[in-house]
Design a protein. Structure first.
Length: 208
């Protein structure tokens, strides 16, 4: 039996393929503490690369399956997070001992207040950690169901499909790029942290 590390993108993709993308994105998009430790950006981009194949190598994953599973996982996970927040999110956040969860929840609440529901839900998808917390926080704050469903769907589809297609485009244009998945994942991690660093810098300037 193959051991699977759920924190390792290559391990998840090798064991479960597109289905692994669906499960991980579902958990990351709304299961709070569980979602905090799972890959998101670092799973979608390599999955796209593996869909491209090469001149003498067939694709390891089917692009349409990855796109569908990514969209379903992201949107369903966001909706589950909202329901969790609506039914007991405030109490759950109050009970957690994780400072990182509490700090990120506060940032999510600030994001919703600063930009409005629609814009915040779309932006939140592209910011690590925030995309795990913003949906339960929206539920806890009583964001209207229709408004939430519309904009979290827009954000989830836009985020998931963009990253998969970006990986696919790179895989289709650069020969044997799949041999360098680990360095690619490192680059994706760094790039995905840029919005968070910008937001942190902006908040420090405002506090000064």
């Amino acid at each position: 039996m193959i051991a699977v590390n759920p924190l390792n993108s290559a391990s998840v993709l090798a064991a479960f393929g597109a289905l692994g993308v669906l499960v991980v994105l579902f958990a990351e998009s709304g299961l709070l503490v569980v979602g905090f430790v799972l890959p998101g950006d670092t799973l979608l981009f390599p999955a796209g690369v593996l869909c491209a194949g090469g001149a003498h190598q067939p694709p390891r994953l089917a692009l349409w399956q990855v796109l569908v599973c990514a969209a379903v996982g992201a949107v369903a996970g966001g909706q589950a997070g909202y329901l969790i927040g609506r039914r007991g999110g405030q109490a759950l956040l109050a009970r957690t001992s994780s400072r990182r969860v509490k700090a990120t929840a506060a940032r999510a609440e600030e994001l919703l207040a600063r930009y409005g529901y629609g814009k915040a839900l779309v932006i939140g998808r592209f910011v690590p950690l925030l995309r795990t917390v913003v949906h339960p926080v929206a539920g806890a704050l009583g964001v209207p169901v229709r408004t939430f469903t519309l904009w979290q769907t827009v954000g989830g589809v836009l985020w998931s499909q963009t990253l998969v297609l970006a990986g696919y485009s790179l895989g289709a244009s650069v020969p044997r790029i799949d041999d360098y998945l680990l360095p690619l994942v490192a680059v994706v991690v760094v790039v995905s942290m840029v919005p968070l660093l910008i937001e942190t810098y902006r908040r420090r300037r405002e506090n000064r």
